[in-house]
Each structure stands twice: as structure tokens, then as C-alpha cells.
Design a protein around this ligand. Structure first.
Ligand SMILES: O=C(CO)[C@H](O)[C@H](O)COP(=O)(O)O
Length: 146
């Protein structure tokens, strides 16, 4: 699995935490910044990462901003992306098992690094269950492809 990782200025610390987690787990990833001295605009990071995942260049994406919301809104505009904003471990598991999400977002101004790490680890390792969930995800793709 190859993961594209990025944050805006509001998510730098959790982005570094997740990079460290993926180093430990032996997960291949590329860090697309930001190299933030000051303020940047989250769509400039969310959209390129989402495009890389949608194109198949990367299997998954993880995006961090202050709330996770802006990154999530932007990523979900890209065709083929199922992005989940997650701030609890139950949803981290469920959104992989049920929604087959390919991008995870979190907000550094919402949760701490320990919880973010746990959420990322679950999301990176949980499998999609398929079955009835595949039917439902398929309906979303069908709508998107109309
Ligand atoms: O969470 C975010 C987007 O959803 C951003 O990180 C947040 O809006 C940045 O705010 P500021 O420019 O005030 O640091």
C-alpha cells in the first residue's frame, strides 16, 4: 500500500505523527507537505493528494488540517474519492469496513496526537467487508459516473 500524506499549517504536528507511525508499520508513503512557515490554503494540498489517489498513483491518502473539515470537503470533490473525517476509533474501523474510504482526514485542533495515531493505525489496517456494503458504495460510484 502506498499512501499520500499532506497537511496545511494547522495539521503539521499530527502529519509528522502519522509519518512516524507509517515508518514503524513499514507502510510506504510520500509526504507532500506543507513546508509551512506561515499560513497556506488547504485545497492546495487536499486536491492534488485526492487526484493522486483517484488516478491510482497512490492507494490511499491522509490529510490533516485544523478541523479536518476543509480537507474532507475538498477531497470529496474529486471523482473516485471516498473521504472520511474521523475523530474516534469506532468510525475509523467502520469507515474502512463499510465505506471503503480511500482518504482519511483528521483535525489537529480537535484531537490529540495519541488518538490521531490510533485512528490512523486502525484505518490503515482495517479491510473493506464488501457484500452489502459493496452494493451501497457501488450506488455512490454509479451516481458519480452519470
Ligand atoms: O481547519 C481548517 C480547514 O477546515 C484549516 O486548518 C483552518 O481553517 C485554518 O485556519 P487559520 O487560517 O485561521 O489558521
Amino acid at each position: 500500500m502506498k499512501v499520500a500524506l499532506a497537511s496545511d499549517h494547522g495539521g503539521v504536528n499530527i502529519r509528522k505523527e502519522i509519518a512516524n507511525l507509517m515508518d514503524i508499520l513499514g507502510i510506504e508513503y510520500q509526504d507532500f507537505g506543507c513546508e509551512c512557515d506561515g499560513s497556506v490554503d488547504y485545497p492546495d494540498y487536499a486536491l492534488p493528494v485526492a487526484q493522486k489517489v483517484a488516478s491510482g498513483e497512490f492507494d490511499r491518502g491522509i490529510l490533516i488540517c485544523g478541523t479536518g473539515i476543509g480537507m474532507s470537503i475538498a477531497a470529496n470533490k474529486v471523482k473516485g474519492i471516498r473521504c472520511a473525517l474521523v475523530h474516534d476509533t469506532f468510525s475509523a474501523k467502520a469507515t474502512r469496513a463499510h465505506n471503503d474510504t480511500n482518504i482519511l482526514t483528521m483535525g489537529e485542533r480537535v484531537i490529540g496526537p495519541g488518538l490521531a495515531r490510533d485512528i490512523a493505525q486502525i484505518w490503515l489496517t482495517e479491510e473493506f467487508e464488501g457484500g452489502r456494503h459493496a452494493t451501497r458504495v457501488g450506488k455512490i460510484s454509479e451516481y458519480e459516473n452519470k
